[in-house]
Design a protein around this ligand. Structure first.
Ligand code: FAD
Length: 491
């Protein structure tokens, strides 16, 4: 069977555009890829914390990890420390690892709930090596040791790094501004992108990576955007880089305020900071003051205001246009999930790649899977705001009255009433739900009766043994800084 060459045009060269380009160049044959971007318009320039799935993306693309860390000034990330989220002055870490040991009938939290009732233990995180290592500032990339990790990266250096790889592989990059999107009169598909230079870029498949503008998917194809700001009312961020005053911590910090929250992302050479808030509850001026009050080190950049609206396209693939990145959906960066969603859409598109023309069944499947992914992460993020004791401002009280998405409502009830988390197949953040629910203060009322098969003395021994084991494993690791120095130098 003859396979035709597919002409792919990627509009936009932010993280979404270059990740798509590098994957297409490396993984698909019979394809002719052009990427157009405008330096004058620039990229959003944030997006510096990731989750562990990025390792897989880099593996399939043969990206050398040490090389990538050197080029992006990257550090390792074992999780996120949530400060002031459950209540002011309280903190917990959502780490990327497994907590404790499960049994066939139930997960570890059932054992922990009973142990806690008996006064045998307190911190759920003591049973997760990534969490213990994070709090000790330790890290090693020892795959067999089962340490699960992600990265902090410089977003602009990451796109330059991916661009370099693509250009080595022969991708065509065009510097220029897209002036209009030309549609076929008969079927409404995108025919070409018209640049301000007058040049036209025709294609078979167009990938909209133009960020929040959504030039193709939104402005040209009028694909509806579902507004989720009733659940997630934050609509602004201010970002700022500062000098480092200490060795990089192996975790992101998320510090809740009376309105919104602030991030701190430590890189090798600087720290990324920002505040995310709702303009209904806080002015830009107050947000900026709050941000400055809570940064260590000297500012390296001017504060950059970014506006957004939380939501998602009703279709992510419409006609011959696939939206990837912020053109497809916006979820606030509380759990650093946007780059993950980009990668998921890229892999999904490559699996369903239309080598012989676009099939509606492929389009429908792509849209259905993408919606499931985004909605699961949306619910996970909403949970942080509703499972909390905070009610010290109108902002926090707002969340007490919202009607939750059905799945989330069910999941919270199930956990509170029985300690069970029943995730759907392939759903992200399996252990994370437990860590965050307990960290935010939702302790199940009951535990599974199988736990009572152990006597109290046996339970105490089991709990202590596991706690000691994770502490020993974490203590055996080098400091995060010394690991980076060594790894980036020699690997
Ligand atoms: P952009 O970076 O905006 O790129 C758009 C591209 O389109 C640019 O190259 C631009 O030049 C081009 N373009 C637009 N219009 C035209 C035109 N007319 N002609 C030619 N080119 C054009 N994600 C995470 O995973 N982790 C995080 O920690 C994280 N933090 C975030 C913090 C904030 C405050 C925000 C707002 C987002 C954050 N994100 C995070 C999301 C992340 O930044 C984005 O998902 C990621 O950068 C991808 O953006 P993009 O490529 O879709 O869009």
């Amino acid at each position: 069977m003859k396979i035709n060459t597919t002409k792919v045009v990627i509009a936009g060269g932010g993280t979404a555009g270059w990740m798509t380009a590098v994957a297409m160049c490396k993984l698909i044959k019979n394809i002719d890829v052009t990427l157009v971007e405008s330096e004058e318009i620039g990229t959003i320039g944030v997006g510096e914390a990731t989750i562990p799935t990025l390792q897989f993306f880099h593996e399939i693309l043969d990206i050398n990890e040490a090389d990538f860390l050197r080029e992006t000034q990257g550090t390792f990330k074992l999780g996120i420390k949530f400060e002031n989220w459950k209540q002011i002055e309280h903190s917990y870490i959502h780490a990327f690892g497994k907590t404790g040991k499960d049994c066939w009938a139930c997960d570890f939290q059932h054992f922990w709930v009973k142990a806690q009732k008996l006064g045998l233990t307190n911190e759920f995180g003591d049973f997760c090596v990534e969490q213990v290592a994070a709090s000790l500032g330790k890290f090693a990339r020892v795959k067999n040791n089962g340490i699960n990790y992600a990265y902090h990266i410089d977003a602009s250096k990451y796109t330059l790094y991916l661009r370099k790889i693509c250009e080595q592989r022969g991708l065509k990059r065009i510097e220029g501004k897209i002036q209009s999107v030309e549609l076929n009169k008969d079927n409404g598909k995108v025919r070409a992108l018209k640049l301000s230079s007058g040049k036209e870029l025709p294609g078979d498949l167009f990938i909209d990576c133009t960020g929040q503008r959504g030039l193709l998917i939104g402005q040209a194809l009028k694909t509806e955007y579902k507004d989720w700001s009733n659940w997630l009312p934050n609509d602004r961020a201010i970002a700022l880089q500062s000098t480092s005053v200490e060795p990089p911590k192996p975790y992101t910090r998320s510090i809740a305020h009376s309105c919104g929250w602030q991030w701190r992302i430590p890189l090798q050479n600087r720290v990324g900071n920002g505040i995310v808030y709702s303009s209904k509850y806080m002015s830009d001026n107050d947000a900026e003051k709050l941000l400055f009050k809570h940064i260590d080190g000297q500012p390296l950049t001017s504060p950059k205001l970014i506006e957004f609206k939380t939501g998602s396209r009703r279709l992510h693939w419409n006609k011959n246009c696939v939206a990837i990145g912020l053109s497809s959906a916006f979820l606030e960066p509380l759990e650093s999930t946007s780059i993950h969603l980009i990668q998921r859409s890229i892999i999904r598109l490559l699996k369903l790649f239309p080598s012989n023309g676009i099939l509606q069944s492929h389009v429908d499947e792509f849209n259905q899977q993408t919606a499931v992914d985004i909605e699961a992460i949306r619910d996970f993020i909403i949970m942080h705001y509703v499972v909390t004791e905070r009610d010290d401002s109108a902002y926090w009280r707002y969340f007490k009255g919202i009607k939750l998405p059905k799945n989330l409502h069910h999941r919270l009830r199930l956990f509170e009433e029985s300690g069970h988390i029943c995730l759907k197949n392939g759903e992200l953040f399996e252990d994370s739900w437990m860590q965050v629910l307990i960290g935010q203060g939702l302790i199940p009322k009951y535990y599974h009766p199988i736990v009572d098969n152990m006597s109290d003395a046996e339970l105490k021994q089991f709990i202590n043994m596991m706690k000691d084991r994770e502490l020993k494993r974490a203590n055996s690791l080098p400091s995060h800084q010394s690991f980076i120095d060594e790894y980036c130098k020699t690997a």
